[in-house]
Design a protein around this ligand. Sequence first.
Ligand code: ADP
Ligand code: ASP
Ligand code: MG
Length: 401
Amino acid sequence: MLIVQKFGGSSVANAERVKNVAGRVADAYRAGHDVVVVVSAQGDTTDELIEKAAEVNPRASKRELDMLLTAGEQMSAALLAMALKAMGLPSVSLLGWQIGLKTDSNHGNARIKSIDTERLTFELSKRNIVILAGFQGVNKFEDITTLGRGGSDTTAVAVAAVLRADLCQIFTDVDGVYTADPRIVKGAKKLEEITYDEMLELATLGAQVLHNRSVEMAKKYNVDLEVCSSLERKPGTKVREVAGMEKMLIRGVARDNNVARVTIIGIPDVPGMAYKLFAVLSAAKINVDIILQSIGRDGSKDIVFTISADQKEEAMAALKRVEMIEKAKDVLVDTDVTKLSIVGAGMESHPGVASKMFEALFDQNINIQMIATSEIKISVLIDKKDSDRAVQAVHDIFFTD
Ligand code: ADP
Ligand code: ASP
Ligand code: MG
């Protein structure tokens, strides 16, 4: 079998953990499998590197940030290769450019365009264990790019897809995907399996256990994906197409604290307003999430929408380019908000799911600022200070038997 194994930051945080990972990899290799390993930067290295950058330039360019951040994964890859060699196992560490991992030029959040399999298959044919630095690639100018926070998962799934691996295992500091973040929610339950679509929604809505783009890619290329513990040896959670799965009403609860709410008050109520606003945001590559528009009154209206909090400065700069924005009474940004969501393919056919969620929030006296729904999710925007209480209450109402 060809197996791709990915180990996250906490799984390779120190020498002891790196040796533990080497042991897990060695088991798979000795069992006769071809093994490609993708690693993240050790522990909080990526955050520390971001702080270092801010010390010398709080507005460092995204290009230079990518140059700096990718050093973290390079360290882990070399260390793991060394640990494997110390065990007498043949291994080689490689960076993104060495496997021709090409991306677009969107520094800090680049998308993978292609991967060359030549070097990878050559090393595997020599029975080498291939250790890849996750999270990184190069653009068409050979400049180094990164795939967005948590992006090593996407490296792993992409490599599994191009190599047509039999299995892609994501090893992390929890033993699977739970009905909510087990570090925050008491009584969160481990899921044996989850569909690609549900996992994609949960990941996009804030469950950082998998990078959302890795799930998107796993679905597209039908990669057999499993999330499991790097420390304990037990079955994890399988992410797959529907087959044979028990249809649960709600698969999980997620929350996202990295949200900003932008409110434009009293903008002229004329045709094309929404188009102009969202066109400049889209040109600036800002992803707009929930949108609300009030009914026009006395020739003006209010527009409210949410974006990722990281992009609030860019969003404000982009909005300034809309002529009519000067006519608005006020433009406000609030980051003291949380988006709380429930996800489940079963909710489509069951009435009353939304009201149950709202009841849980009402019982806690938590006010809902915005609501958005799709076939398989309901999201609400609430005050950040209520976030922990809200996620627990919503989880309790759906999962306490
Ligand atoms: P890694 O460094 O291995 O990539 P991450 O920190 O990115 O690990 O992801 C694992 C974390 O995801 C867990 O420690 C957990 O707190 C969090 N998490 C959030 N939602 C969930 C969920 N539904 N199930 C499991 N873990 C979750
Ligand atoms: N080291 C990167 C990050 O912290 C990528 C990853 O962990 O997947 O975001
Ligand atoms: Mg991660």
